[in-house]
Design a binder for this molecule. Sequence first.
Ligand SMILES: [Mg+2]
Length: 423
Amino acid sequence: MLPRVILHLDMNSYFASVEQQANPHLRGRPVGVVATMSPNGCIIASSTEAKAKGIKTGVRVREARAIDPAIILIPNDAAKYRTVTAGIMRILKSYTEDIELYSIDEAFLNLTGFVKTQAEAAAIGDEIRRRILDDVGEWLRCSIGIAPTRWLAKFGSDVAPKGQTLVLDQSNLAVHLDPRTLTDAWGIAHRLEQRLNLLNIYTLGHLRRAPVANLMTVFGIMGYELWANVNGIEFATVQSAGQPKSIGHSHVFAKRATSLDYPKAILAKLCEKAGRRLRHHQLEAHGLWLGFGLPDWAQARYGQSGGGGAETFSAPLIDTRDIFVRAWRLFMHDLPPGAIPNYLAMTLFSLKPHVDQLELWPRLKHQDAPALAAALDLLNDAFGDFTVTRGTFWGLTERDVPDRIGFRKTAGVDDAGQWTVER
Ligand SMILES: [Mg+2]
């Protein structure tokens, strides 16, 4: 497999720089672009000169004037910024079609297959920077991050000195991540920081070295994502409008299980519920995460609070049986011998629209799987969930798997005691 190379470009002080580009008299002076000119209006972008005085995004017009009476305030001009962005995009598109315009001043370029090394990607970054200065505007600066994952590339451009490039890979994660505070990381805000602090995690280095099983026990799939991000492991999911990014269910056992039969039946039911939602949205999954928690006695004996793991697949997961087989394998792989869990969670991720092409179905002996799954879903839609179900579910009642809010609320029981599924 080709090494992945992602380049993230972030324009610096974008709206204010575009204004300074358009009007040379503004260059070198503190400029604030505002939503409205009223005293309570907010600065939505400030120039480097204004930032140096402490006038940041979010500061009110009144406060900005108090900090520096010389501040030049300019009403925002969205059309102007879009035009400049279009000019930058034209340059980016000459390198790859695989571009994600993340916001008006940020884009991800997937250079995998276009360059062999990160050094080559850095050279492309320099060239892009030069072309923006030459062709779009000499006052426009950008920071660039280059890394094997999308998250790290964005982190790289965030922490790179303004106007420069930072290349991140496994060899320098410790240097660039470990000393930083949690909120320096893309996606970690104050509340999540507090929850991580409770686990004695205060820096990105602590997070990088935290046992992933502990993180998953506390945060579910997000725990794996946090850990994967700071360790340079790809966890991006494909997301289209209105579609879930992941589908997950979890269950805390109401009774103490004495063998693995009960967890097995619970897991089968969780997989069936996730599989039905997957098919309802006409999606296929290319990733599966499984987590389990252990009761106190097992924690004392095995020295761990839980475990689990994640796996990604090139072949699509659609059918409940396939989901269950893989989930069970992940479970057995990480379960200490003799331990019996009291909590199970599973999540399907890397979801993509499922295009039904039977002739491309990778496993011919399961040619009938999508049709069979669709037929089962139809029956269950008509007659209630679990009307037609798998042998493994035998002996379980709805009470065994009440629909708890897993990672995303989807279903419940209505006033009349009927099983309802969000559609
Ligand atoms: Mg920016």
